[in-house]
Ligand binder design. Structure first.
Ligand SMILES: Nc1ncnc2c1ncn2[C@@H]1O[C@H](COP(=O)(O)OP(=O)(O)OP(=O)(O)O)[C@@H](O)[C@H]1O
Ligand SMILES: [Mg+2]
Length: 436
C-alpha cells in the first residue's frame, strides 16, 4: 500500500511487516489496498539460501521473463545474477555494491536525490573505468530498503520490464546489483527530477502551460508504448513522482516494480492484489482487483487534473469537499467560466483557454467511473497534440483578472478567489456533483 507522495502533508508510506500488516488507520483510509511485506527474517529464509524458502529452484542459465518474478523468490542472489546476465547480456551492467558506493561517494547525503517507499535515490557518476565501454555519465542509484519478498519482487520486475523495454519516454535502466540482501537499480540521471517536485514544491518555479502540455504528451507516449506492446504492460503506478524530466522537460516514466502483463486472448482483465497509490488508482480496480489498461488511463486523468490545478490527487489539509481532486474538480471541467476557478494560480492566466478546456474534458473522460468510457491512449495523444499550437491565453482573452491582481499575487487566487468577483463562488454552488 502506498499513499500519495505529498511528503510534506501526509505521513510517509512505511514498509509493513507480516505481523502487523495494516494499521486500523491505514485500513480505514485505504480500504483494501495492500502492499504488505514480510519481515526481514522471512526474506532471508526465502532469498538467501538458494531455495530454502520452499520454492523450487530455477534451472540455471535461463532467460527470465515477466512470469519469473514470483518464481525467482526462492533463488539465491548468485543464481539470479546468472539468470539476469543470461537474459540481458551486454544490455544491462551487473554492478557490485562497492562500485556503486564509490560512484555515489559512499551514498552520501549530499548526493541524495529523493526517497520513495522502497528506499533512497542517490546521484552518482560512472564511466569506462568501471566497465569497458560504459559511457561516462551521471546516474541515479536507487537502494532498495529490502525488508521482504515484495521488495525483491518489485526490484526484479523493474529489471525485467526496463531491461526489455526501451523507449524515449521510459527512463533507461543502466544496470543493477544483487548481492546477498542488497538490491540496487542504476538508472540514467534525469536532471530535472520528478514532475511532482516541479508542480508541488513551493520553491520551484511554476511550469509554463506549454511545458505542462509537453510533459503530458511525453508521459502519454510512454504509456502508449507499454499498452501497445505485443503483450500489453499495465503500468499500475502512474503518478507525478514517477514522471521524470530530462533537461528539455521530456517526460520519462520510471518505477515499473508494480507493472503487470495485461490480459491475453479473450480475457478482459487480470485479477491481482490491489496495489498502487491512493488517489491515482481506478475505483473498479480498488474495489474488485480487476486490472486493465483502462486502470492506467484513470491515473493519467488524475495527473492531467494535477497539471491543470497544481493540486495533488489527495490533500488532506483542504476542506472536506476539496480533498479528493477528482471529486472536487469534476463539476468545474465542462465550462470555461467554471474551469478558471480551479486553474493553477501559479500559471497567472498564462494558459490557453481552449487548451485548458479540452484538457479538462479529456481528464474528465479519463476518470470516468465506467472504464469503457475512458479513451484509449492513442486518442489521448492526438487530443493533447492538437492543443500545442493554441495561443488564446486567458490573460489576454479577458478570462483572467488584469495583471495588477494577477498570478504573482497568489493570495488573490488562493483563499480569496471564490469571493473575488471572479464568478467562482456561484459556479461552485451551481455545480452538480459527480454521479456515483
Ligand atoms: N533517474 C532519476 N534521476 C533523477 N532523479 C531521480 C531518478 N529516479 C528517482 N529520482 C528522484 O528520487 C525521488 C524518489 O524516487 P522513487 O521512485 O524512489 O520514489 P517516489 O516515486 O517518490 O515514491 P514511490 O516509492 O511511491 O514510487 C523521485 O521523486 C525523484 O525526485
Ligand atoms: Mg517513483
Amino acid at each position: 500500500m502506498k499513499e500519495t507522495n505529498s511528503k510534506n502533508q501526509q505521513p510517509k508510506w512505511k514498509p509493513m511487516t507480516a505481523g502487523y500488516c495494516c494499521s486500523s488507520d491505514d485500513r480505514a483510509v485505504f480500504g483494501n489496498f495492500s502492499r504488505c511485506r514480510p519481515s526481514k527474517s522471512d526474506f532471508t529464509k526465502n532469498i538467501g539460501g538458494g531455495g530454502g524458502g520452499g520454492t523450487a529452484p530455477l534451472p540455471s542459465f535461463r532467460k527470465l521473463s515477466f512470469s519469473d518474478v514470483s518464481l525467482s523468490v526462492g533463488s539465491s542472489s548468485a543464481r539470479i545474477n546468472e539468470d539476469l546476465a543470461q537474459t540481458f547480456g551486454g544490455d544491462l551492467y551487473d554492478f557490485q555494491v562497492s562500485e556503486m558506493r564509490a560512484a555515489t561517494q559512499n551514498f552520501s547525503s549530499n548526493f541524495l536525490l529523493g526517497e520513495g517507499g522502497f528506499g533512497r535515490v542517490h546521484k552518482g557518476y560512472v564511466d569506462q573505468s568501471l566497465r569497458p565501454g560504459l559511457k561516462a555519465q551521471p546516474v541515479a542509484v536507487k537502494l532498495l530498503d529490502i525488508e521482504g519478498l515484495q521488495g525483491h519482487r518489485e526490484w526484479l520486475a523493474e529489471v525485467i520490464v526496463l531491461g526489455q523495454l526501451r523507449h524515449p519516454n521510459l527512463v533507461k535502466l543502466i544496470g543493477y546489483c544483487c548481492e546477498d540482501e542488497e538490491r540496487l537499480l542504476v538508472y540514467e540521471f534525469m536532471p530535472r527530477g520528478s514532475l511532482e517536485n516541479h508542480l508541488f514544491k513551493r520553491l520551484s518555479i511554476s511550469l509554463p502551460w506549454a511545458t505542462r502540455l509537453k510533459i503530458a504528451i511525453g508521459a502519454a507516449k510512454g504509456l502508449a508504448f507499454l499498452h501497445d506492446a505485443t503483450k500489453p504492460v499495465i503500468y499500475r503506478d502512474f503518478k507525478t513522482s514517477n514522471i521524470l524530466l530530462d533537461s528539455d522537460f521530456n517526460a520519462k516514466l520510471s518505477d515499473f516494480g508494480l507493472a503487470k502483463m495485461g490480459p491475453e486472448g479473450s480475457n478482459t482483465h487480470v485479477t491481482t492484489r490491489v496495489m498502487g497509490t491512493y488517489g491515482y488508482a481506478a475505483p473498479e480496480y480498488v474495489s474488485t482487483g480487476h486490472l486493465t489498461t483502462k486502470s492506467d488511463i484513470y491515473s493519467f486523468g488524475v495527473v492531467l487534473l494535477e497539471l491543470l490545478t497544481g493540486r495533488r490527487a489527495v490533500e488532506k489539509s483542504r476542506p472536506k469537499n476539496e480533498q479528493n481532486l477528482v471529486d472536487w474538480t469534476y463539476p468545474y471541467l465542462t465550462r470555461t467560466r467554471r474551469l478558471r476557478c480551479i486553474m493553477d494560480p501559479r500559471l497567472g492566466g498564462q494558459y490557453s483557454v481552449k487548451g485548458a478546456k479540452e484538457m479538462g474534458l479529456l481528464a474528465q473522460k479519463c476518470v470516468s467511473l465506467n472504464p469503457k468510457d475512458r479513451p484509449k491512449i492513442p486518442a489521448i495523444i492526438e487530443t493533447l497534440e492538437s492543443l500545442q499550437n493554441l495561443r488564446d491565453m486567458a490573460i489576454t482573452h479577458g478570462q483572467w483578472p488584469d495583471s495588477a491582481n494577477s498570478g504573482r499575487n497568489l493570495g488573490y487566487y488562493g483563499k480569496g478567489r471564490r469571493q473575488s468577483g471572479f464568478g467562482c463562488k456561484s459556479a461552485a454552488v451551481a455545480a452538480s456533483p459527480r454521479s456515483k
